[in-house]
Write a protein that binds this ligand. Sequence first.
Ligand code: SAM
Length: 432
Amino acid sequence: MQARALAAEVLTEILSNRQTLTAALPARLENLSNKQDRAFVQELCYGVMRWYFRLSAVLTSMMNRELKPKHTDIKVLLMIGLYQYEYLHIPEHAIVSATVSACDDLHKPWAKKLVNALLRRYQRERGPLLEQLSRDISIQQSHPDWLIRELQNDYPQQWPQILMANNQRPPMFLRINQRLTTRTGYLDKLTRENMAADDTAWSTVGIKLAQPVAVEFLPGFLDGLVSVQDLAAQLATALLEPATGHRILDACAAPGGKLAHLLETVNGLCDVVAVELVPARMQKLKQTLDRLRLQVKIVEGDAQTPETWWDGEQFDRILLDAPCSASGVIRRHPDIKILRRKEDLAVITRTQMNLLGALWPLLKPGGKLLYSTCSVLNCENDLQINEFITTHHDARPATIPDRWGQATKFGRQILPGQEDMDGFYYARLEKV
Ligand SMILES: C[S@@+](CC[C@H](N)C(=O)[O-])C[C@H]1O[C@@H](n2cnc3c(N)ncnc32)[C@H](O)[C@@H]1O
């Protein structure tokens, strides 16, 4: 099967079965032996998701009626065609012929005439068509209306920058394993492999690669020398202020990036408990710990019901890296714009509040809870902390004196792209 047809199948799975890109893409890529083909399918899938609302509006404006849901594969194949015109340097005749012939791979030869006609029409009418559509901000910046409204409400000045940052390709950050190497030592290894890279400002173990690469090309990855982790996520360990001898709970642990960083940083942390609800995610957590040769007590369970797994001994530190809308990491997961719905926010925020309420009694007096999300929405961040401290009088927000991101009433917010980082929120609560 050729690359365009394979990409159409992946995108159909996302749109029709609400699969995520991260779940749908890797298995399909395994069917391709050629590295360049794999990169091309990935480019098409991420690109079409990133520009979905725009490409979909172009198609709608050119078609008299929508294709039936059973022909979603042809709809996305047309989007793949448009995406190549707009965002890739491929000769126009090659775009048409390769995209049209993908209809055979999808077992829909009847669609060849339609795909050919629409792509050729787009070639002719592209200028005025885009001009007319780009007056609508949702189409121009390819975001759902509900999310634009949320961002406008929460960031009256900054929302246009957030939309633009969400459409950028993210940089690749690494976190060196300070138990096994040093940052300078690892930077030397990268130089020897001709991979340009730099150290990061806010994390002493962070490295930014000039060009993203597949992890198998990172020197020593399988031996645990290094992990892939956005710089914003690397801030968690220092904020938690862990110390040798502390009893620490990571309540929502998979895939284990922050947990591993914590264990790599502090010596003598022998009483760490990591909880994860979702079995498939638990597997990812185990893989992370195995690769980095780290050991902790892991519990497959629901952090909202500690009575099912907690031994009754309180913790000095709790990390609540809460499940969230992931609105801060859209540049890495553009399918969020399509899969996430406004209605989800009520469920997500209720879970976050339940988690805070359920975990608070597990914290020692004088202990600290770090609450974080990879979201930029106030309803998941400061508003949650506000509600929590008004109902829990032994909870006091502890300021974060750092200078990254921007201060909020109770914590700090990083907007996507700010200092190259993902959108993230951190707040610290102290138990008095
Ligand atoms: C934001 S991710 C955590 C990322 C992780 N801290 C890291 O740095 O790699 C949130 C995780 O919480 C898990 N989760 C969601 N609800 C949960 C619950 N009620 N109890 C425990 N884990 C939960 C999700 O499956 C997901 O793996």
